[in-house]
Design a protein around this ligand. Structure first.
Ligand SMILES: [Zn+2]
Length: 111
């Protein structure tokens, strides 16, 4: 006998392992039993320590140089509908007049 957990969906006891996945043959649910496999949701905070979410609107707290542009992004520039991404620059966004770019969360604050 294995000691795999029952299916969290239909409570079937006929679950089986496939790599890191557990699979229920009765309702076809697939899930991971090992909590370490589940990726932690990354928490991105603005300059004031507020947690940012996808879709938030932020403003810049300092002028930022833009690669390939002679015009800097000005402090106070509003950035709508941000998207959080992994990496050194953790905010993906589009800014009117500049187009798509990536920002660092430490240089913005939530509106
Ligand atoms: Zn099931």
């Amino acid at each position: 006998m294995t000691n795999l957990p029952n299916c969290p969906n239909c409570n079937s006891e006929y679950t089986y392992e496939d790599g890191i996945l557990l699979i229920c043959p009765e309702c076809a649910l697939e899930w991971t039993a090992d909590p370490e496999v589940v990726e932690d949701e990354k928490i991105v905070k603005d300059a004031n320590g507020n947690v940012l979410h996808d879709g938030d609107t932020v403003t810049l707290i300092k002028d930022l140089k833009v690669k390939g542009s002679s015009t800097p992004l000005k402090v106070g520039t509003k950035v709508k509908n941000i998207r959080l991404v992994d990496g050194d620059h953790d905010i993906d966004c589009k800014i009117d007049g500049f187009g798509a770019m990536q920002l660092k969360s430490e240089f913005v604050k939530k509106v």
